[in-house]
Design a protein around this ligand. Structure first.
Ligand SMILES: NCCC[C@H](NC(=O)CCC(=O)O)C(=O)O
Length: 445
């Protein structure tokens, strides 16, 4: 039986914009109110996804969400026709309107936490959508995310879908961005690392002082319980509060793993040596590569600016590993020098492939944010909704769809334009036909 680690990239939605919504995410704040290009953003994402499919990896796409989210605006007490609601919200509560217009579901690393069937007690692939309660504009995602995941992984013989965690700060859950799975082979039982920013119910435990810790230990433990993981296959690691306070708002900004490789910055974690020992003990005696990047080579601010660790580390069909990096890594001399040195070291990583995902990077999302990893065996891959899997036909179809429905440029003040809502709904209705998703959106109910 063959095993794969599939990447499911988030399709960037028609309202992609820079609204400065993410306190603690440096890029989001720095680029607030910049002009965005929804069309460029979507095509950059499709290009990266197609490139991985062409490299022989299993690659899928997850549909965007309905934005502006009129259902949430109505829950906030706005009433009248859709146009009247957009108008009122723009006048009376522009911050709420912006929070209901973000295309942030494109960053599917935050869509859910996924545990492969080799790790779970019932031998199914488990999904728990992230409740994303730390940010208003993300907290409105999980229900539709769950609908889209169930329409994509729609065979209950192989896939188990959970409800997102309770919507309270004690259960702050940001999904796979704070979850890394190490294994010798994708199909073998692995060790799942849950990285958290604070222990919410212990007021004396260390926590960041300047920026929020979006993931709690309580949330990570709850997901591990829901996914029926053994203690022997689970490690909880606290993110170093000092790096959160420098803009590391998710672990995937400072560390990334693939199979038997953990690539991380020396300042990433608290109690690093003890945790690496725990990982080694639980991983067993097969080879394990800890690639620690010293501050002397790459400072935290360089890591946060370039997204060196928000890269994808993939295993090519040849068995060699490659890094999928944003072009921003080429533009940072310290990081570029480090990557050129890395591929000469004695690790499985042998090449770096660069992609322009600047539309996403300007909002704090790099290549790794844009994808949700789902390790599956060939039967599970065959059970996935095949119309979501990337190939030449879907690539062409989705590019034509983007060309037809997406604007070349968008300003935050355009979000209240009733025409944009019509364009967005028309596009998504058509998309559910293309990807055979069924009625996953509120406006289709
Ligand atoms: N995994 C990367 C997530 C980036 C995302 N940025 C945003 O939501 C920015 C939205 C804006 O500011 O328009 C976040 O911080 O959750």
């Amino acid at each position: 039986m063959k095993h794969f680690e599939a990447n499911f990239d988030g399709l960037v939605g028609p309202t992609h914009n820079y609204a400065g919504l993410s306190f603690g995410n440096v890029a989001s704040l720095n680029n607030a109110a910049a002009t965005s290009s929804p069309k460029d953003a979507a095509k950059q994402g499709l290009k990266k996804a197609k490139a991985l499919a062409d490299l022989g990896l299993v690659q899928g796409m997850l549909a965007p969400q309905e934005r502006p989210d009129l259902h949430s605006l109505r829950r906030m007490g706005f009433s009248g026709t859709d146009s009247e609601i957009l108008n009122k919200a723009a006048k009376e509560a522009p911050a709420l309107l912006r929070a209901c217009c973000s295309a942030s579901s494109m960053w599917t690393a935050n869509a859910a936490t996924v545990s492969p069937s080799a790790d779970t007690h019932d031998g199914k692939v488990h999904f728990t959508p992230a409740n994303l309660v730390d940010k208003l504009h993300r907290s409105i995602e999980p229900i539709t995310t769950g609908n889209i995941l169930q329409a994509t992984f729609n065979d209950s013989r192989y896939f188990k879908h959970h409800q997102h965690l309770p919507e309270h700060a004690s259960f702050g859950d940001e999904g796979a961005a704070n979850h890394t799975r190490l294994c010798s082979e994708y199909g073998h039982a692995g060790v799942e690392l849950f990285v958290y920013g604070q222990e919410a119910t212990n007021p004396t435990a260390p926590r960041p002082q300047k920026f929020p810790a979006r993931q709690t230990l309580e949330a990570s433990q709850a997901v591990a319980r829901l996914h029926q993981l053994d203690d022997e296959g689970t490690v909880y690691i606290q993110q170093n509060p000092d790096v959160i306070d420098q803009g590391v708002f998710h672990n995937d900004v400072i560390a990334v793993g693939n199979q038997n490789v953990l690539f991380y910055h020396e300042q990433a974690f608290l109690n690093t040596q003890a945790k690496l020992t725990e990982i080694k003990n639980k991983f067993g005696d097969s080879a394990l590569h800890f690639i620690e990047v010293p501050t002397a080579k790459v400072a935290i601010q360089d890591a946060v600016k370039s997204y060196l660790f928000n890269t994808q580390v993939i295993t090519l069909p040849s068995g060699e590993m490659a890094i999928i990096a944003p072009t921003n890594c080429q533009e940072n001399p310290a990081v570029f020098a480090y990557l050129n040195e890395l591929v000469t070291l004695d690790t499985p990583i042998k090449q770096v492939l660069y992609f322009d995902v600047k539309q996403s990077m300007q909002n704090g999302g790099g290549p790794a944010c844009l994808r949700l990893r789902v390790a599956m065996n060939q039967d599970e891959v065959a059970a996935v909704n095949q119309h979501t899997l990337m190939n030449d036909a879907l690539f062409d179809r989705l590019n034509l769809w983007v060309d037809k429905h997406y604007r070349d440029r968008l300003l935050v003040e355009d979000l209240a334009d009733p025409q944009l809502l019509i364009e967005s709904r028309t596009a998504l209705d058509e998309l559910t036909q293309i990807m055979h998703l069924g009625s996953v959106y509120q406006f289709q109910k």
